[in-house]
Write a protein of this length. Sequence first.
Length: 315
Amino acid sequence: MAMDISTAGLDDFLAAHASLLARLHAESGAARWDVSREEFAQALYRSASRRFAGPPPRSDAVGEYLGALHLPDLALACALRQGSAPAWEEFVASYRPVLYSAARAVVGSAGEARARELADSLYAELYGLDRSGGERRRPLLDYFHGRSKLATWLRAVLAQRHVDSLRAAQHTESLDQPLAPLRPAASAATVDPDRARLLPRLRQAVSTALAAVPPADRLLLSFYYLQEMTLAQIARLQGVHEATISRQLDRIRRELRQTVEQALAAGSAAENGRAAQPGLSPAEVDLCFAYALEDWAFDLGTALSSGAPTGREEL
């Protein structure tokens, strides 16, 4: 029977998924930061609790979800929360350039000094301190659950902090002066221009790939993802062994991923009034899938039933 993660305790979670948690701990490299198996399992538990807040998931859904997380990034976040000096040194070396680059894109014409100020202000908040060193209610690192890359999550937090500062500045302006509207740079599409640029490309690639999937495979995807049938239910319906359905789903997902990656990397020629699109770099392709792990509203039902582009992704 599926465990209700929203109400089950940590001990129940550890007992139910002991072998899986041990494997994920090893794959994450958490031991490099002296993050124990139990400490990493707690982070996985928090992530799963947030993901499955509703009805109990299918018995295999928890494993699929945890296995798809960005495990090394989650391990680094765990080490940072524990105050690991080596983890902090690696974080600064790897992510300070990312933060500075993102801050430049966010602040635009405000200049390099403002960009660095915005990026540097985030460090204390990661540990639960405000800019003056006072205590916050909760460290920002507690909100990272590994669903997206750490770099993607940091960019989103940075953009939100910029929007917050603009709103705060408006509230403190003199009432004798008309309030200026928020600058266009604060819009969701502009604070993260990569998201606005890449998600339509991903939507088109996924829709095209699904349209080319054989009808039998599309029906299997519909049974599993839309009707939420279990592997056993599908197997009984089709008169095959449960393991056969599992292998078929693995093959379909693998082929879809490969097709989408190839389409994104290849780009497309001009067609039907649509401009040609250059191929994406490997890093941009990875970023596409990182965004997809966030709150991307892709209409799978429409794509499976018609194969036509849905145009319903949320930027």
